[in-house]
Design a protein. Sequence first.
Length: 276
Amino acid sequence: MIISLPFGLSDLVRSPLFSAQAPLHIWLEICYILFVATVIGYFLSVYALNYITPFVESAYKYVLPVTGAAVSILMGLQKFSWHDPIALALIVTGFILINKKTNEIQTNHVSIHLPDLKTEKITLGNKCRLKNFYRIGDGVYRSDQPSAACFRELEKFGMREILNLRCYHTDTKEAQGTSLILHHLPTRATLLRLDDLVTAMQIIRDRKGPLLFHCWHGSDRTGAVAAMYRMVFQHVPKQHAIDEMVEGIFGFHMIFDNIIDTIDEADIEHIRQELF
């Protein structure tokens, strides 16, 4: 929208919207589209990621042009033209290519048998419901985003340190009133770097007590840190660590195949030598 604004600015200024005769309901409709359908819709789509995968959420967005065009044609606001089926074909082709890529990733990382990795599901009580809270090593835990009640329960449980992998969210507010040591390592699932994983390993290495690391869902960034921990500290074979991350019970989103590539290309022996 910002890029195209200079090309239509003159027409926009000369439009009847800026005249005294412009009806009020037109401005109300524009405000509705801008704030309700766009701004609020954006925040709702982000909130929806708590319950659906990024692939499904993006699919809804790409279907919007098709739905909008169909409704406009049915209401008589738009005539069916030759470029409509072309646009539909492009959208469907995009879905097919994305789905094909996802299937290729799943095929390349299928393991018939996962090793007996040490994983223990932990439940803290009725006030704290963490979906992905597991112990994966001696004093090392993984989970999704804890609530304020969860931080209090975690402290009672014996947790001493928290490593937050989320980019724009810290645990300062939720952990207020506890004596937990908070670490914040801002990461993004779409741009996860090997340096980020190495930094996480350093924090785990230097911990003074039981440590929990988490992101939002406890699936992707958390899964990457868990896989690196398996390889560096527990000497788990790389493919086994990737298999657990991708195929395990933690809900890894296959759209983030860049995470798999980052771990697959990592020189684990070199990282281990740097850490120890």
